[in-house]
Structures are given as structure tokens and as C-alpha cells.
Ligand binder design. Sequence first.
Ligand SMILES: Cc1cc2nc3c(=O)[nH]c(=O)nc-3n(C[C@H](O)[C@H](O)[C@H](O)COP(=O)(O)OP(=O)(O)OC[C@H]3O[C@@H](n4cnc5c(N)ncnc54)[C@H](O)[C@@H]3O)c2cc1C
Length: 477
Amino acid sequence: MNLVAIVWFRNNLRIHDNEVLVKAIAKAEIVIPVYVIDNELLGTANFGFRKMGVHRAKFMLEAVTDLAKSLEQLGTKLQVHIGDTTEILNKLVAEYGVNTIYAEAYHTSEEQTLQEKVETTVWKKQVTVVWEEGNTMVHSADLPFPVAQLPNIFTEFRKAAEREVRIRPLAKTTHKIKSISLPATVIPTLPSLGYSSAEIAKLTESGKKQFFEGGETAGLDRVQEYLWDTNLIETYKETRNGLLGNKYSTKFSAWLAFGCLSARYIYHEVRKYEREICSNDSTYWVIFELYWRDYFAFVARKFGTSIFLKGGIKQQITTTKTFKAGIDKWIVGETGNPFIDANMRELALTGFMSNRGRQNVASYFVKDLKQDWRIGAAYFEQQLIDYDVCSNWGNWNYVAGIGNDPRENRYFNTYKQASMYDAEAKYIKRWVPVLATLPPTYAINPNTMTKEEQKQFGVVLGVNYPLPLVRIAEKVW
Ligand SMILES: Cc1cc2nc3c(=O)[nH]c(=O)nc-3n(C[C@H](O)[C@H](O)[C@H](O)COP(=O)(O)OP(=O)(O)OC[C@H]3O[C@@H](n4cnc5c(N)ncnc54)[C@H](O)[C@@H]3O)c2cc1C
């Protein structure tokens, strides 16, 4: 009897460093690669947002298309389905006489519920599911402590990991996949997934080409570009708080979120770069940030569903206000605080926002507007092209001051932040063009203009740019 395996691709849409694929190929005689766009992903999340906005959906379709091409070159066809994952896998199990399903395991609640459902359903057909860990740079089995004893302070985790964990080598390269004759791959389109023409129009509205094209090929190209072609990595630590363009940071996040890039691959490329070209604080700092990514993955695993609850990891309920109009203005970038508005408009139009921007808009939402942080996090979940359940909800816990690290409850004075990181107001003027005529200090805080100055510069508050929703600081930076 032939051993038939399904490789269920999830957020590991790549061929390189793919332990799931390597294991399946080693054990099975016939491999059937499958990707399912689950109905749940196409539906509505809490607070009425979409689970997956149009930017991420586009990126996903590109990533799946790229994976299908790579698999074709390796001798098989990706089977793409839309619907209920469990039902689809169960049907394919029966159709092809599958013995084993290989898949990457995740540790957040919705993902686990699905894993358990798949496992119990196919078990009735005597099919086993083999779970692999492959999403983090540090393999969870190599941690110097059980996940339940993960330190509550990031630095303690990082130092222990740096001292005691050797990042594993990459999984073997796949050259060929033994399969059977499978139907041709049909990749759905955005309209067929239910995205409206108004949503699709958002993709071109900004008039700028997006930095991000989904897929392993584009992800690997970005690593090549950021490290080897442009050496941008050598100045990462100085530029990483930037706001404009694609040079100030790696932009690896969306490819990491879909697993088009493996974190381990990036680690080994950076180490190679350090050996062959240059090793400095900046090259190290990219790895440092990947430890943050890992940390949030392990935090989510340690604290389970509490990262999604109002009281967060700390289980500390803070009073919030009901201010629907404020939330709506935050979303569309009409708060009257130019730094916040610029960032929120960039997010709405491109699906991306810098790390500096994310910290500021989240802090403003929670600490200035005094809103329930989960609404902000759910909007980010819809909107971010690089949405990652652990990084998003974990970072929001931290900004809201209910994370596990007692030192991470920070308030961002958004005007001060703008004057530090956008001193010439170039970023503000890019996204809030009505402020383009103002000197930088006024573009950062238009509320400090006199009525005469407003007339002189053609920016009249409450007329062509909103009055601030909340007064934050009297001081002018
Ligand atoms: C409120 C909030 C929500 C966020 N939501 C997400 C999210 O859904 N998905 C996501 O990938 N990142 C999230 N981040 C983290 C961070 O903002 C992005 O990873 C980063 O801006 C992506 O750009 P980059 O790839 O150029 O990052 P770089 O600065 O080049 O960093 C390199 C990589 O390190 C990792 N990284 C960097 N900073 C962080 C961090 N604070 N937390 C976790 N990983 C980090 C990312 O994988 C990133 O690609 C969030 C941050 C905040 C404050």
C-alpha cells in the first residue's frame, strides 16, 4: 500500500526551510499539497471589522500563486480550496486514500481549535496529523526553559536564548516531490473571495506601487536586496525608526507572517553577511528584532486566550470611554493630530505602517482617546498586510500597559514623537497634503497657530483640517 500524505500549507507558504514538506517527502510515497482559504478568514471579526482586509488578501493570493508555481517545478500541483478547512481536508483524505497529514502547528486559540477539529475528524478515518514547529527562529523545543516558565521580561528571554540556544540549521532543500496526477491549480480572485470593487480600488488609490508583493520569490528577493545588493542592513539601527519609503527597515514582516520567509533563513543570511561583509550593531539589531517576534509567539503560547481579553495578560481592567465618533476619526485619519492622521491614512491606503507609527497610534487610541484597546487591535488585524496574531495582540497588550513586562507601560506624547522622528514634517505632509504649506512646527501641531496664521497659510482648523479630538500637551516642541 502506498503511503499517501497531505501537506497542509498554512502560514508556511514556502519551499525553503520547510520542515513540514521535508518530513512528508521523507515518509510518504505520494505527497498532495493543499492550501485552504477558510471561510472564517473571509468573515467578520469582533467589533464588525473584516478578519482579513483587502491588502492582506491580495498578498495571500500572490503568495499562493507563487507557491503553486514552485510546486509545479517540483513535480506537483497545489490544491487550492475555499471553505471549511476540516471538511475539505476530510474529503481529500477519502478521495486520495491519505494516511497522514503534515502541517505546521500554531498555539493561539482559533488556530488550536481548528487543529483539534481536523485531528478528531480525520482520526475517525485512522489518519494521523503530524505537527511541526517552524514559525519561530528559536525552535520551542530548544528553549532553555519550558514555555510555561518564559521570563516576563523580554531582555531575560533574549539573553537566555542568545546564551543557550543554537539556532537550528535550515531544513533540507527540496528538489522533487513524488505525487500523482492532480487537477490544475485554480487560484481564486479577490472578487471571488467577496471583496467589493470599492475595497479593491483601495489597492491603487494611494497612487504608489506597494512595497509588497506576496510570495516566497519576492520575499527572498527582498532579503537579497536589503542585505547583499544595497547593504542597507549596515545602517538598520540608525534608520529603523524612519517613516517614509522602503529603505529605513527590512520590510520582512509580511513575508514572515505568511511564512514566505522563514525567520531561521533570515537569521542564517544575516550571520553569513556578518562573516563575509560586515558585522556591526545594525546587523545584530535585525536579529534582536527577530527575538522580539519570537518572544511574542512564546508569550501568546504561555498566556493563552488572555492576550485577547480586555484585561490582557495582567487581567487588569481599565476604564474606557464610549466614543464611536472618535474611533471612526482615528480609523480614517481625521483626529486633528497630524502625526496620528498621517500614520492612519498610510495604513488605510497601503496596509502598512512603521513600527514607530504603530506605537504612537496605539498609544493615542488607548491613552489619549481612552478607548478599548481590543477595538484598535481588531482594526489592525483587518488592515495590516503583515498581520500576525502573536505580534499584533502582544504588542497591543504592551502599548495598553496590560502586557506581562512591567517596564513596558509607556505613554507616547505624539507631538513630541513627531518632532523627534519627523522633524521636517515630510512624512506628515506626504499623507496629510493639506498641511504641505506649513512650517514643520505648525504641520506637527497646527493647533498652535493663531487665527491670522491659519488664514495666512490657508489651513483653517475646523474648516479644511480638523480641530484636535483631544488636547494632549500645552507645550510646543
Ligand atoms: C500595536 C502594534 C501592532 C503590531 N502588529 C504587528 C503584526 O501584526 N505583525 C507584525 O509582524 N508585527 C507587528 N508589529 C511589530 C512591528 O511594528 C512590525 O513587525 C514592523 O513594523 C514591520 O516592519 P519591518 O519588517 O520593516 O520591521 P523591522 O524593523 O525591519 O524588523 C525586522 C523584523 O523583526 C520583527 N519585529 C520588529 N519589531 C517587532 C515587534 N515590536 N514585535 C514583533 N516583531 C517585531 C518583525 O518580524 C520584522 O519584520 C506591531 C507593533 C505594534 C506596536
